[in-house]
Design a protein. Structure first.
Ligand SMILES: *[C@@H]1O[C@H](CO)[C@@H](O)[C@H](O)[C@H]1NC(C)=O
Length: 247
């Protein structure tokens, strides 16, 4: 069929529109690939605080006894008692649509909890506002997300903002754990840790940090790629077979 000039012109924008959309989709995917990459997490102070900057800037977030802590420069955790956060964004099935419906962007967040690469959800305790980790049944009555990140520096956000607070839980042992200031009141409302108590708190940012690419990690990634490639080849072969059968 030969198109008249008018209908050809009319058809064009739609065609351009589709390729643009495809291209945009590909770009968006490449841009979002970082979300599934396993990263560590470190602390950054939004403003310099004498005596604290040296202690906290760059400190690793670690997991211990179902809570998140900061391994600052003077912390004395026994080495085997902590596991560095190493995690990525993952949709939290039961709440993903609810979050989107409420205008949020973001997903759940998981981290390995041991050397065996067992994964747990990272969540905010609904009652205490502590950052914790656990399996689905631990998380269910609390807040599993939405976790997301800022668009340029990719700093961590929860419920779309950066209300993370380090709290000195034990002043003798100088132990600092992580909280989220859900009500934006410095954790000072009814019964929260800052309610009528003298306790040291520090506003912090959480930075996702790419891990050192070691030998093991490189091998793991190659195995993953080969698996993906084989999967694709198998799919194509199966499609080919189906095609032949249809003829
Ligand atoms: C899922 O959403 C409901 C309703 O907003 C909320 O009450 C619940 O705590 C959420 N669950 C998790 C695990 O975040």
């Amino acid at each position: 069929m030969v198109l008249g000039i008018l209908s050809a012109v009319a058809a064009c924008p739609a065609i351009i529109g589709t390729t643009e959309a495809v291209r945009h989709g590909q770009k968006a995917q490449a841009k979002e690939a970082h979300r599934g990459q396993k990263v560590n997490m470190i602390v950054k102070l939004p403003t310099a605080v004498p005596g604290y900057t040296e202690k906290f800037d760059g400190a690793l977030i670690v997991l211990k006894d179902n809570k998140l802590y900061i391994r600052h420069s003077q912390s004395t955790f026994p080495p085997d008692s902590i596991h560095p956060f190493a995690g990525y964004y993952l949709p939290y099935p039961s709440n993903q649509t609810k979050w989107a419906g409420a205008g949020y962007k973001g997903e759940g967040l998981v981290s390995t909890i041991n050397e065996a690469n067992q994964l747990n959800w990272i969540y905010v305790d609904r009652n205490t506002h502590e950052l914790k980790y656990g399996i689905k049944t631990d998380v269910e009555n609390h807040c599993a997300g939405p976790w997301d990140c800022t668009s340029i520096e990719k700093r961590m956000t929860f419920e779309s903002w950066e209300g993370f607070i380090a709290v000195q839980e034990d002043s003798n042992k100088d132990i600092w754990s992580l909280y989220f200031d859900r009500f934006d009141d410095g954790l000072s409302s009814n019964g929260l840790i800052g309610d009528g108590r003298q306790i040291r708190m520090l506003e912090i940012q959480l930075i996702r940090k790419e891990r050192v690419k070691g030998f093991d990690m490189a091998c793991e990634e190659r195995v993953e790629r080969i698996r993906a490639m084989r999967g694709k080849q198998k799919e194509q072969q199966e499609e080919g077979l189906q095609g032949e059968q249809e003829e």
